[in-house]
Design a protein around this ligand. Structure first.
Ligand code: NDP
Ligand code: 13P
Length: 337
């Protein structure tokens, strides 16, 4: 049994709520911080978060607040689970409040617009060293809807600081939630962010009526280009064969729970992106990450034809079937080049 410590979970959406539930079930003290007082009251009094996890009963011991200072008070660990686009702003607010160094963990999946930075890079820039012990990324194939009902799940805790990754492993691990560790945080964060782009593509193929061969090809060649970009940043190629690589690619490209896959499917069916995002009511990270990855690939001179094709559909409004034909009719290549 781990000693009881307090974790402030920042982000009361589906994943933040599911991870907060895991920690409470592990006997830990948790305060879940969200934007809305009425949502905090619902979690504290009804023990539900109906907007984000409609069918889930939350533990009575899970506390929630919309006051960031309350959430951070006496916290040993701060877990960021907010959309990538809000990460820097929230990290700045946290830094202004923190009085002692804490273990920083994040479970978000994306790249920052404009800077193309990974989330741990944003957190390292915004939270000064004297206010943090280490930074750990928690990532892998894990839909909130399944973790919240204790379905079997394995993910990875990645950090350059091996002991910090092991601390996070110990904090979260239980008989339905198995945590591995990994020292390649670059590979883990890139795998997590980039798989969302491929999931949009996998959904689009389904929306267009293509079959399983197409899906398998997209996932395999998607993994090849994720690994190529990862290699350009010094990631370990083996990481992309792990939970935050092929593992997360499989779950996100094949599960109806995936918001990225669902957004892609609706795009394939001809719906407008603005309408899709408005009706989703939850973050679809792959849309912004497509732009960041496209720009990064260009900067690093890495060939990413699938990412480019999805960029062309989303940002240049090209016809999705024509883009697929362009992809299929590129000059023949060696698979391992
Ligand atoms: N859902 C999942 O299964 C998984 C998600 N992830 C990743 O976790 C991250 C969060 O996703 P998820 O929980 O699903 O997203 P949701 O859309 O379900 O929830 C996002 C939450 O973040 C809050 N939020 C948004 N902006 C801010 C802000 N500026 N300040 C404070 N809170 C803010 C939202 O508040 P409001 O209600 O006001 O909009 C909402 O509570 C993403 O990067 C995602 O890729 C990773 C693994 C699994
Ligand atoms: O990352 C996830 C599962 O591992 C969640 O994916 P979506 O954001 O597409 O729902």
């Amino acid at each position: 049994m781990n000693p009881i410590k307090k974790t402030a979970v920042l982000g009361a959406g589906s994943w933040g709520t599911a991870l907060a539930k895991v920690l409470v079930e592990n006997g830990q003290e948790v305060c879940l911080w969200g934007n809305h007082p009425e949502q905090a009251a619902e979690i504290n009094e009804q023990h539900t978060n109906k907007k984000y996890l409609p069918d889930v009963q939350l533990p009575k011991k899970l506390k929630s607040t919309n006051d960031l200072s309350d959430a951070l008070s006496q916290a040993d660990t701060v877990l960021f689970v907010i959309p990538t686009k809000a990460m820097r702003e929230v990290a700045q607010k946290v830094t202004a409040i923190l009085e002692k160094p804490v273990l920083i963990v994040h479970a978000s999946k994306g790249l920052e617009q404009g800077t193309h930075k990974r989330i741990s890079e944003i957190l390292a820039e915004e939270i000064p060293e004297e206010k943090r012990k280490a930074i750990v990324a928690l990532s892998g194939p894990s839909h909130a809807e399944e973790v919240a009902v204790q379905d079997l799940t394995s993910i990875t805790a990645a950090s350059e600081n091996k002991m910090a990754a092991e601390d996070v492993q110990a904090l979260f691990m239980n008989d339905y939630f198995r945590i591995y560790t990994n020292e390649d945080i670059i590979g883990v964060e890139l795998g997590a962010a980039l798989k969302n782009i491929i999931a949009v593509g996998a959904g689009a193929l389904v929306g267009l009526g293509y079959g399983d061969n197409a899906k398998a090809a997209l996932m395999t060649r998607g993994l090849a280009e994720i690994s190529r970009l990862g290699a350009a940043f010094g990631a370990d190629p083996l990481t992309f064969l792990g939970l935050s690589g092929v593992g997360d690619l499989i779950v996100t490209c094949t599960s109806v729970h995936s918001r990225n896959w669902r957004a892609g499917k609706m795009l394939g069916e001809g719906k407008k992106l603005d309408d899709i995002l408005e009706n989703m009511g939850m973050v679809v990270e792959g849309i912004a990450t497509t732009k960041a990855a496209y720009e990064l690939a260009d900067l690093k001179n890495v060939e990413m034809p699938i990412t480019t094709a999805i960029y062309d559909v989303i940002y240049k409004h090209e016809d999705v079937r024509e883009v697929i034909m362009k992809l299929m009719n590129r000059v023949g290549k060696n698979e391992n080049d």
